[in-house]
Design a protein around this ligand. Structure first.
Ligand code: ADP
Ligand code: MG
Ligand code: MG
Length: 889
């Protein structure tokens, strides 16, 4: 027979799956000997039975009855007992906490008789009737499904009749009348009586909590937070304690450390003579917890002791709910507390110092996502305007701009140099130009997988989604929030890390952590501790990690910055950026060249420019490896747009001007080179084999740059990387040519220029034939962007905006495979290539360059498959270092 009910004494914190987080931790506190009002928890399994069949398991009612009897025996009073009744709370709690999303019903067990008993035993008549009033109201709303405003209206009517401003001024007679009116209201509206039987109250309350799992609020929350729908909630039934029995009673919440800053010392709020729900709902202003020390030093002392016990037991920051009933302290809830990124670093580092956790554990308490938050610029706390709307923090960072309500307006204003925030109810592919033009995207609907969120994250734009407090009127070109109308062009400040919106331009401040990484400059006094903690955890990560971290950088400036951020080399130096700007003309000459002589001349003109590029980067990365990729994109990317050219040529023709020779030749070339599918066309190694002299020129530029650096006393370590290889034959041909050039330069210069030649593995065929390719390659670098594109058959420039949000919502995959490497498919190809490549060439160096190199989850995968390094954008280098460290502990 299945046990659906667990007494607190039988549970423990390892049982959150079955008992919910709240139930499991109440059990844990009971075991630790902390004063927890007695109770039991009904399992999530019972809830799942109820949700799937519409009925609770048949044996549940009897099991509950047995546990209630046990509570009654222990308390020496019975549920519904007329002189001194036992009262219960019925609380919801799933494995993952969903604060405020489901229902809690307090004071179960009060009825027309027991209310008199409570009045007598507590010696407080008003308190008893007020509790009864709350029960009937909560029960009528939550369990019997009446609209809560009906109760509020009735209450207001009675208050008005008695000329009192709020319900705290109603006397006992008024409260009795209120209860009667509430009961009438329930009977009228539902055709059912408020149940007088406490057992019936309990039965219905439990089912109502089960059902609240599928309430609209809870479902919405789960969708946003990506919590599975099939977990179900546990129900905790617990003896009531009362914080509203006078000045020696009260209720509060406390943290073992400050969850905002991480500073040591207990922290929290206390509300004298109040029930717990009052603290959370903020009906009255609480006082800082420290004031409890004066109000009730004994309870304060105990609370401090319990908090310390909890923290040393959980080895982590805990938060608690507590209630003091007539000078006696009761613990009502605890859990490992949520905290800000700043607090996470501070707490982990402090706890390691205190010996509460090891330094390696400290590393596992922080993550790359938190570090990312600390690295974005933030709004200046001092100048902060009030938050007017909150939504889902969908893409981090802070941005200020004028609100616009459609894509065209966003583009128009951005082109005119204005910073804009695109505001929509939700976005579609049509909004793409506006999203690109905007600093931030703000929507009223949708969560982390909405179109806006997915696309904004892909572009690194700030995004807040599902800001439901805002009403957007696209036609009237305004939004209404917090009672204010905000017209087009008004400035707002959007914080994508906390999911908030403020009116006006809030000043931005640079991240102190970035400032420190970047310059080693001492941080502001306020940030000193934080920077020290980050520094120490980074040191831990560096000591622990096996993966090397390199950066993707194309300029000496980026290379230098990456080095300051801790990069141990360049994993991807793209050469295409070096073909843009003023050099376009030279590239055009090369493409239009007729005959070898013309082309050689064009290449010869490019050579010194390329050499200078490489010399600068090798200097910035002296002594560290620099992996230079030979030209990758299709050549027509360097030519003017075909339509523009055609228009230009046609215009001259129309007005009778003689044709511009250069334009005509360009148009012919562009038309000749036009490809339907350029990403799968003439690019990468294919260019090297088809355009004579191109790769040779690049290799020569690299080799001569090495010579220059050697002569300057440097230690250059250039590596030559061939992109888009499909078959070993391609690589063999390019490598042979490269070696001829290296030999020639060595000879000319009289020094040995040795540059390893390796390849990218970015096509499935290359991964599948890696054993052969390794014979010709000194290293592999996985180009996981292209590998994802070609393995899935997804055009990475199109699909995210086109349909990824639908795919994410339908659960086709949990995250975009361009953001987090797809372990099953793309990951399998990587594994095959690693294994087969190393089998042929044990010293083969293996790395990854591509967006995934800076993605936390992907870094863990690359650690597992045994790569030597990851390479990512300079800004993400610290994140990759941290995650590589975490992967190793
Ligand atoms: P939530 O998960 O939304 O915090 P809780 O189950 O914790 O909901 O309960 C809501 C409020 O009721 C809390 O403030 C809690 O402290 C209070 N509460 C719950 N059970 C009891 C009890 N047995 N005695 C007194 N107050 C209680
Ligand atoms: Mg709670
Ligand atoms: Mg590529």
């Amino acid at each position: 027979m299945t046990d659906y009910v667990y007494d607190f004494a039988r549970g423990g914190r390892g049982m959150a799956e079955l008992l919910g987080n709240k139930g499991a931790n109440l059990a844990e506190m009971t075991r630790l000997g902390l004063p927890v009002p007695r109770g039991f928890t009904i399992t999530t399994e019972a809830c799942r039975v109820f949700l799937s069949s519409g009925e609770p398991p048949p044996e549940l009612e009897r099991q509950i009855a047995e546990h209630v009897s046990a509570l009654e025996r222990a308390a020496g009073k019975r549920l519904g007992q007329a002189d001194d009744p036992l009262l219960l709370s019925v609380r919801s709690g799933a494995r993952v906490s969903m604060p405020g999303m489901m229902e809690t019903i307090l004071d179960i067990g009060l009825n027309d008789y027991s209310v008199l008993g409570l009045a007598k035993s507590s010696e407080r008549e008003r308190f008893a009737w007020d509790s009864y009033r709350r029960l009937v109201q909560m029960f009528g709303g939550t369990v019997m499904g009446l609209d809560n405003s009906l109760f509020e209206e009735t209450l207001t009517r009675i208050e008005e009749q008695h000329h009192v401003p709020d319900d705290s001024r109603l006397d006992v007679c008024d409260l009795i009348r209120t209860v009667e009116s509430f009961k009438d209201l329930i009977a009228e509206r539902s055709g059912l009586e408020f149940p007088q039987s406490p057992a019936e109250q309990l039965r219905q309350a439990v089912l109502a909590v089960f059902a609240s799992w599928n309430g609209e609020r809870a479902r919405l929350y789960r969708r946003r937070e990506r919590i599975p729908d099939d977990l179900g909630t546990a129900v905790t039934v617990q003896t009531m304690v009362f914080g509203n029995l006078g000045r020696d009673s009260g209720s509060g919440v406390a943290f073992t450390r400050d969850p905002a800053t991480g500073r040591t010392g207990v922290y929290g709020d206390y509300l004298p003579s109040a029930q717990g729900e009052d603290v959370v709902s903020g009906v009255r202003n609480a006082v800082p917890l420290q004031e409890l020390a004066a109000l009730d030093p004994t309870s304060f002392g105990r609370l401090q002791e319990y908090l310390a016990r909890l923290e040393s037991h959980y080895h982590d920051l805990c938060d608690v709910e507590f209630t003091i009933e007539r000078g006696r302290l009761w613990m009502l809830q605890t859990r490992v507390g949520k905290r800000t990124a700043r607090a996470a670093f501070t707490i982990a580092s402090d706890m390691a110092d205190e010996g509460l956790i090891t330094h390696r554990q400290a590393l596992s308490r922080v993550d790359g996502e938190q570090l990312t938050r600390l690295m974005f610029p933030r709004f200046d706390a001092a100048g902060t305007a009030d938050v007017v709307a909150r939504g889902v923090p969908a893409s981090p960072g802070a941005a200020v701009g004028a609100v616009v309500f459609d894509s065209a307006e966003a583009v128009r204003r951005a082109d005119a140099g204005e910073k804009v925030v695109l505001v929509r109810n939700e976005t579609t592919a049509d909004d793409l130009p506006g999203m690109i033009a905007a600093e931030a995207v703000l929507t009223t609907r949708g969560g982390k997988t909405s179109h806006a969120a997915v696309v904004a994250r892909g572009m690194g734009k700030v995004c807040v989604c599902g800001a439901e407090d805002m009403i957007v009127d696209v036609r009237a070109r305004c939004l209404v929030v917090d009672g204010l109308t905000v017209g087009e062009g008004s400035v707002v400040s959007v914080d994508g890390s906390e999911g908030s919106v403020r009116l006006g331009a809030v000043p931005l401040v640079e991240s102190q952590v970035v400032r420190y990484f970047d310059s080693g400059a001492p941080p502001d006094a306020a940030a000193q501790d934080l920077v020290r903690h980050v520094h120490r955890l980074m040191q831990q990560a560096d000591a622990a990690r096996r993966l090397e971290v390199r950066a993707n950088a194309d300029t000496p400036q980026d290379a230098a910055r990456a080095r300051r951020f801790g990069a141990e080399g360049i994993g991807l130096c793209r050469t295409e950026h070096m073909f843009l700007g003023d050099r376009r003309r030279l590239v055009e000459d090369m493409i239009l060249a007729e005959g070898d002589a013309e082309r050689d001349a064009a290449l010869a003109a490019l050579l010194p420019l390329q050499r200078a590029d490489f010399t600068g980067i090798l200097e910035a990365m002296d002594e560290l490896p620099v992996t230079i990729r030979l030209l990758d994109p299709p050549l027509h990317e360097f030519l003017p747009d075909r339509t523009d050219l055609a228009v230009r040529v046609a215009r001259r023709d129309a007005v009778g001007d003689p044709p511009d020779e250069h334009d005509s030749a360009l148009l012919a070339a562009v038309s000749r080179m036009h490809e339907r599918n350029p990403m799968l066309g003439l690019r990468g190694v294919r260019l090297g084999l088809v355009v004579p002299g191109l790769f040779a020129m690049q290799v020569r530029a690299i080799a001569e740059a090495v010579v220059e650096r050697l002569r300057a006393g440097g230690t250059p370590r250039a590596e030559i990387m061939v992109p888009l290889v499909d078959t070993v034959e391609e690589l063999r041909l390019v490598r042979e040519e490269a070696e001829r050039v290296l030999a020639a330069v060595s000879e000319e210069a009289g020094v040995v220029v040795a540059c390893p030649v390796g390849t990218m593995i970015e096509l499935p065929r290359a991964a599948l034939t890696a054993g052969r390719i390794a014979r010709e390659a000194a290293f592999f670098s996985f180009g996981t962007n292209d590998l994802t594109q070609t393995t899935w058959g997804f055009s990475r420039d199109d699909v995210e905006a086109a349909f990824f949000s639908a795919y994410l919502q339908k659960g086709v995959f949990p995250a975009s495979p361009f953001e987090t490497v797809d372990r099953e498919g793309v990951g399998r190809l990587v594994r095959i290539a690693v294994t087969e490549g190393r089998a042929v060439r044990p010293e083969l160096e293996l790395g990854v360059c591509g967006e995934h190199g800076g993605d936390p989850a992907s870094v863990h995968f690359f650690h597992e498959v045994g790569l030597d390094y990851v390479s990512c954008s300079p800004f993400r280098v610290p994140i990759a270092r941290l995650e590589a460290g975490r992967a190793a502990v």
